[in-house]
Design a protein around this ligand. Structure first.
Ligand code: SAM
Length: 301
């Protein structure tokens, strides 16, 4: 048992340069703390696996990291008793554990080599960037996006902007649900490369999803903008995200806990946005806002 969370940590080097940090949880409360802790330390996805061992059932919380320095730092922060680096290679176990993730009765996300019976399955390469739909914030955003884009009363937006696109899963969902074109931005070059590959896995040609490392307001205004970002980049990018939303456009924000909803949304409200809906799952929040005023136009006298 480790000093902070009572955990044992294993670091495993795996195929295309990613590492896993594994913690053993001794109950649901600990498991949830581990999930949050691994994401906070930079894991791009986190899985929960139950194993039968000689001493009974053990739940492992496995964080996937893109860079071994980050995973090592995570293991240190979590004060692991044990850390091992194993041989590389796509393990049969890992492949066998991959499953389709059901977002709703009609929408699923799955690696390209996994069967899925959902009417619409988004094909995402697992493990290379954040956005494989294992995280509650991705699931919350996908659910919101699907209900918005399948609402018969709502006009379908012609374009969307996905800020911090990771694998591009949100932009890809929007495109597959009928939005004509999308822009995905990210500061991580691996994420941008992964998003291109995932777009192709979904038969989306390069013109429909433009990928960029520029700021959110470098690509004009859009009737729909999504930003699933941790609080720090969210705060930093708030003015640029606000500028990228067209008048009467919709903004979907996630990536933070429910207690941060007000601090994160009030700078948007003071820029002419109105909160229309807040949802949560496992303490993570998703917020919808509408831009009701154009703060760049002079106010009427
Ligand atoms: C929580 S992940 C979201 C990924 C995906 N959109 C999803 O919903 O699953 C956040 C992403 O934002 C990116 N990011 C972090 N800071 C950023 C910044 N300042 N500008 C653009 N992207 C950023 C990260 O590289 C990461 O891919």
């Amino acid at each position: 048992m480790g000093a902070i969370y009572g955990a044992r940590v294993t670091v495993r080097a795996d195929p295309i340069e990613w590492t896993e940090v594994t913690l053993e949880a001794d109950g649901e409360a600990t498991a949830q703390v581990f999930v949050h802790a691994l994401f906070a330390e930079g894991a791009v996805s986190v899985d929960r696996r139950v194993l039968q061992t000689a001493s009974g059932l053990v739940e492992q919380i496995v964080g996937t990291f893109l860079h071994s320095e980050t995973s090592r730092a995570a293991a240190e922060t979590l004060q692991a008793h044990e850390r091992t680096i194993a041989a590389p290679g796509w393990s049969a176990d890992w492949l066998a554990q991959q499953r389709a993730i059901e977002i709703s009765p009609t929408l699923a996300v799955a690696p390209h080599f996994v069967d899925s019976r959902a009417p619409l399955t988004l094909r995402i390469d697992p493990g290379l960037a954040f956005g494989t739909a294992t995280h509650p914030t991705t699931q919350l955003c996908l659910r919101k996006l699907e209900s918005l884009l399948t609402d018969p009363r709502a006009r379908r937006p012609a374009s969307l902007l996905d800020v911090g696109c990771g694998t591009g899963v949100l932009a890809i969902a929007g495109l597959r649900l009928g939005v004509e074109s999308a822009i995905g931005t990210d500061i991580d070059p691996i994420a941008l490369r992964t998003a291109r590959r995932c777009a192709r896995l979904n038969q989306l040609d390069d013109a429909r999803l433009v990928l960029s490392n520029r700021t959110p307001d470098a690509h004009g205004q859009h009737p729909l903008v999504l930003a699933n970002l941790p609080p720090e980049p969210m705060e930093l990018l708030t003015p640029a995200i606000a500028r990228a939303v067209a008048n009467q456009g919709t903004l979907i924000l996630s990536g933070f806990f429910t207690e941060l909803v007000d601090p994160i949304t009030s700078p948007f409200e003071s820029r002419g946005f109105q909160k229309t809906n807040v949802d949560a799952r496992a303490e993570w929040a998703v917020v919808c806002l509408t831009r009701t005023q154009d703060p760049f136009l002079p106010s009427p006298l």
